[in-house]
Design a protein around this ligand. Structure first.
Ligand SMILES: NC(=O)c1ccc[n+]([C@@H]2O[C@H](COP(=O)([O-])OP(=O)(O)OC[C@H]3O[C@@H](n4cnc5c(N)ncnc54)[C@H](OP(=O)(O)O)[C@@H]3O)[C@@H](O)[C@H]2O)c1
Length: 263
């Protein structure tokens, strides 16, 4: 039986490129899903995408669709309350929602940087804190953070995003030390809308060449295999693995690498 069969999973960012693929693969693996995203339309479309072509009667189910604006603490709290009501048997949270933001720090409006930190860092902390009482009731509960290779080593012109992703790693490490079962996933560049995130400043338009970009289905497959095995740190492609190895042994060669993803 799949490691996810009948497990009750809250997935944020379900309407995005990685999120809808997580929803599809988790449904196929028999999970009972609570899906959340910012846009109700993208959430409905993701649920349809996830269910499309699944063999009837052999998959999990989508228990609830819960739109929420994770940049707004009140909306985060509302989401946590709704999850507590519809899923008092919650087993697993996958904190996947996130936004990108490129450019030198002095070109980035303070409000844009703060919004990123609210969505990518504050919301996972706030939601986790609000849902811990529910998770503590479940014997095999688990918390998963979708960080990034940029949460292992930073590149130029993406410092605020890296701050949030490093922050998730620190938070995950603290929760692990407190005895919770926590996994952090570090995807490499993957073909989703986040690659077209807003760019500030005068520099050349950022673009990641196609040959360098991973695709969502194998990234999500490898992520779920790592989550099922309860690995603490998950590198869901060989490029993510290689980046982490270089980050450990020769981090100074990484910033010049960023020339590949600009101009
Ligand atoms: N793709 C990559 O290259 C890559 C690499 C490393 C890590 N990651 C991480 O992977 C995760 C998923 O990103 P993705 O690549 O799938 O990007 P994506 O397609 O842009 O999806 C981002 C998701 O975040 C949600 N979101 C954005 N603002 C929100 C808000 N205010 N409140 C609630 N949800 C909000 C979006 O909701 P709506 O769809 O409803 O608007 C969407 O579902 C992110 O944490 C990202 O940092 C991605």
């Amino acid at each position: 039986m799949s490691a996810f069969a009948r497990r009750v999973v809250l997935l944020t960012g379900a309407g995005g490129g990685l999120g809808r693929e997580f929803a599809r693969q988790l449904l196929a693996a028999g999970a009972d899903l609570i899906l959340s995203s910012h846009s109700p339309q993208r959430l409905t479309a993701a649920a349809e995408f996830a269910a499309h072509g699944q063999p009837s009667g052999k998959t999990g189910r989508i228990r609830a669709l819960l739109p929420a604006d994770l940049s707004d603490p009140a909306s985060c709290d509302r989401l946590a309350q709704q999850v507590t009501q519809v899923a008092p048997d919650l087993d697993l949270i996958i904190h996947n929602a996130g936004i990108g933001l490129y450019g030198p720090l002095n070109a980035i409006p303070a409000e844009a940087a703060e919004r990123l930190l609210r969505i990518n860092l504050h919301a996972p902390i706030r939601l986790t804190a609000a849902l811990l009482p529910v998770l503590r009731n479940r014997p095999h509960s688990q918390i998963v953070f979708i960080s990034s290779i940029l949460g292992r080593a930073a590149l130029p012109n993406i410092s605020v995003y890296s701050a949030a992703k490093f922050g998730l790693r620190g938070f995950a490490s603290g929760l692990t030390a407190e005895g919770y079962s926590v996994s952090t996933v570090y995807p490499f560049f993957t073909q989703t809308d986040i690659l077209d995130a807003p760019q500030y400043g005068e520099g050349p338009k950022r673009r990641v060449p196609g040959w360098l970009v991973d695709q969502p289905p194998p990234v999500v497959r490898a992520s779920l295999a790592g989550i099922a095995a309860r690995r603490r740190h998950i590198y869901p492609s060989w490029k993510a693995h290689l980046y982490a190895i270089v980050a450990d042994i020769a981090p100074d060669i990484l910033p010049p690498f960023s020339r590949l993803v600009a101009g």
